[in-house]
Design a protein around this ligand. Structure first.
Ligand code: SF4
Ligand code: SF4
Length: 270
């Protein structure tokens, strides 16, 4: 990828005041870690390659970063979708964010506002194919009996330590008080075991139905290697099939989870 152009654009938006901070990636001992750049002179630290997988839009929910808006964010297509969706959910305004767009195959798209980001997504990334191994695994699990499937997930969720790294990594998990932290009444056991683990993981996935842009950051952040994308992708696919909605392509769209129509499919109510 043309990293020099990315660095030049980052320096330009900081120098002329279009952004007060650039959030991108830098190297730390061979790892790719977030870079928070406020000085145009430091833009040379930025880099981008296929190891830069974190969803940097998650930093927009940090209270301590709000004073640096407008922020320019290095974003691949799934992250661009998160940003468009955050705008649709009124979590960011057009003037809060600029995108330094990169493709998954290392093409640099330049500086984009949210409208240009949505236009690029619709024009170039309207179809974002899934990893074939993930699709195969979903098919295998779908072919299981309900008992086998329940056993599979019970085994997976038993490993959850309730560290909530998945929540921290996700830009769409921005509630100021998460359901797992409510204790009057307590909805979910906070012990890292049994029903509480099951409830947490199912609720996390369902709260993101119609809101997940399939960036993979939650699964990558999970220290227990729980295959969260198996759930995320099934729910995203169901939302697309049942409601005809692909999330993160239209900043004016009503969120699926927060809207209701008289002709909504009610077959699932028994
Ligand atoms: S749930 Fe996971 S894959 Fe979906 S947007 Fe959040 S971090 Fe990305
Ligand atoms: S990151 Fe993994 S271990 Fe931590 S709460 Fe999420 S699913 Fe559980």
């Amino acid at each position: 990828m043309d990293v020099d152009r990315l660095r030049q654009d980052a320096a330009a938006v900081l120098a002329d005041g279009r952004a007060r901070m650039v959030i991108g990636f830098r190297d730390r001992a061979g790892d790719r870690v977030p870079a928070f750049i406020t000085d145009a002179e430091q833009a040379g630290e930025l880099l981008y390659d296929e190891a830069c997988r974190q969803n940097l839009a998650a930093y927009l929910k940090k209270a301590e970063l709000k004073r640096f808006r407008p922020v320019a964010i290095v974003a691949r297509p799934a992250v661009m979708r998160s940003l468009v969706l955050l705008a649709a959910e009124a979590q960011v305004a057009d003037e809060d964010v600029l995108v330094l767009g990169v493709s998954d195959d290392q093409e640099y798209h330049g500086i984009l506002d949210l409208a240009a980001t949505a236009a690029l997504l619709n024009e170039k990334y309207a179809e974002m194919p899934h990893d074939p191994d993930l699709v195969k695994r979903i098919e295998e699990i779908s072919a299981m009996t309900p008992e086998e499937r329940s056993g599979f997930w019970t085994e997976q969720f038993a490993r959850c330590t309730r560290c909530y790294a998945c929540r921290a990594a996700c830009p769409m998990c921005y509630c100021t008080q998460c359901i797992v932290e409510k204790n009057v009444p307590q909805w979910i056991s906070t012990a890292a075991a049994g029903h509480g683990n099951y409830a947490w993981n199912i609720i996390r996935a369902f709260h993101l139905a119609g809101r997940c842009t399939e960036c993979g950051a939650c699964e990558a952040a999970c220290p227990q290697g729980i295959p969260l994308m198996l759930l995320n992708v099934v729910l995203a696919r169901d939302v697309e099939e049942e409601f005809g909605v692909k999330v993160g392509y239209d900043a004016e769209a009503e969120p699926v989870i927060g809207s209701w129509r008289e002709d909504d499919n009610e077959d699932f109510i028994r």
